[in-house]
Ligand binder design. Structure first.
Ligand code: SF4
Ligand code: SF4
Length: 405
């Protein structure tokens, strides 16, 4: 029997309760009598044990995650991108020569503990450099000695039949596509350079993706702020038949204020988002749709297995740092990578180390802490304990509602 600990949340039902371990993510259905017996003795993990587990997670190379910014350019002109005022040179694209070099880098960087390599094709819009995406997938399949998982994060606009067939043949494992609400709202937010809506084309590409693949998992990312929150329910109603597909997972998240850009009244506070999430997640499961658990991302900067590669060959440790050379952590052409630069662990406070959500929240965004608080362990400012607690509670209560009656 798995040991139950204080690093958990418990959702009580009339006879049974759902127990969620916040360290390994395991979910158990436990009898209430058993739980009340264990209540006083619910094993407490001491701070030394937590530090040991956390340190080994930080240092692990079991799964290496290589994020390829195949291009920084994009074929859309979404409103939140326009507002973020990025200074990135969007004309940079990744070359095949750089992909060749990543194979050498992976051989150099992986070690005997590495069981798997995950490649995330990212951008900008990665399909704008599809030639290199195809080349990379084929090259990794043929050259690397470890199992490879290919992931694609795309706006879905140019994901046509031809590309889908090629991706499927090369073994794409999962595809994330963003749809930001019902047709009208999505068409106001996610527009082409010539200001045309993209909903119909993305939906049609999504259906093709479902029809032409058998194993590929699809994440529909819906990013919420004050301007689209009221349309999400309608979107879910209208598209329920597609969203219910067994390979689709809905990821509802808020527009994050990572870069502290001018935002007017658009963004929701964490509290506002939690209130919205509580309303929507029960509805999602009521319609038989699956959702991605909230707060499962954590902070990449804590872990040395996350590598973000810009088209220039410069390596970064966080997506917000990409193409800001002062944050460079290495260069792939020289096989250099300072994998402990800005080590997140050193920004984690004692309070966070003792928090049951440490493994989900990682003590908040270190980039914000470095850039805006001069590296202070300013956990009070970034702490959203109550909202994390509420979101997780609602997610698991909605997902396992039939076991809780
Ligand atoms: S520092 Fe912030 S933006 Fe960077 S990986 Fe961590 S959470 Fe994400
Ligand atoms: S920031 Fe708050 S929620 Fe996150 S680990 Fe620290 S105490 Fe926990």
């Amino acid at each position: 029997m798995k040991e139950i600990t204080n690093y958990s949340i418990i959702i009580p039902g009339s006879k049974n309760s759902v127990y969620v371990d916040t360290i390994d993510g395991k979910v158990l259905l436990l009898n209430n009598d058993y739980l009340s017996e264990k209540k006083d003795t619910l094993s407490k993990i001491d701070k030394f044990e937590i530090k040991r587990i956390f340190d080994s997670k930080i240092k692990s190379k079991e799964v290496i995650k290589l994020w390829l910014f195949t291009t920084l350019n994009c074929d859309l002109n979404c409103i939140y991108c326009i507002q973020n005022g990025s200074k990135i040179d969007k004309n940079e694209t990744m070359s095949k020569k750089l992909i060749d070099q990543t194979v050498k880098f992976l051989d150099y960087y992986a070690d005997e503990t590495t069981k798997r390599v995950e490649i995330v094709y990212f951008g900008g819009e990665p399909l704008m450099n599809f030639d290199v995406v195809q080349y990379a997938m084929s090259h990794y399949n043929n050259t690397t000695r470890r199992p490879i998982v290919h992931r694609l994060i795309t706006n879905g606009y140019s994901l046509n039949l031809n590309k889908i067939k090629k991706l499927s043949k090369l073994g794409i494992c999962d595809v994330q596509i963003t749809i930001d609400g019902n047709k009208d709202i999505h068409n106001c937010r996610r527009i082409t350079k010539s200001k045309k809506g993209t909903f119909n084309r993305i939906k049609s590409n999504l259906i093709t993706l479902l029809n032409e693949t058998e194993q590929t998992q699809i994440i529909i990312k819906t990013t919420v702020d004050k301007s689209n929150k009221d349309s999400i329910k309608e979107f879910i109603d209208q598209e329920a038949e597609i969203l219910r597909h067994d390979r689709i997972h809905l990821d509802i998240s808020m527009v994050e204020d990572i870069n502290h850009m001018p935002k007017g009244d658009l963004y929701m506070s964490r509290k506002e988002f939690s209130e919205f999430y509580e309303e929507i997640i029960y509805y999602v499961y009521k319609l038989g749709i699956k959702a991605v658990p909230p707060h499962s991302g954590g902070c990449n900067l804590n872990y040395r297995n996350s590598i973000f590669l810009a088209p220039s060959g410069i390596i970064y440790r966080c997506p917000s740092m990409v193409d800001d050379s002062k944050f460079a952590a290495g260069n792939i052409y020289n096989l250099e990578f300072q994998d402990d630069k800005y080590n997140g662990g050193s920004y984690i406070s004692q309070e966070c180390m003792a928090c049951k959500f440490l493994y989900l929240c990682d003590g908040g965004c270190k980039y914000n802490s470095i850039v805006y608080s001069e590296g202070n362990k300013n956990y009070e400012k970034n702490c959203h304990y109550n909202e994390i607690n509420r979101d997780l509670y609602n997610y698991y209560a909605a997902k396992y509602s039939k076991y809780l009656v």
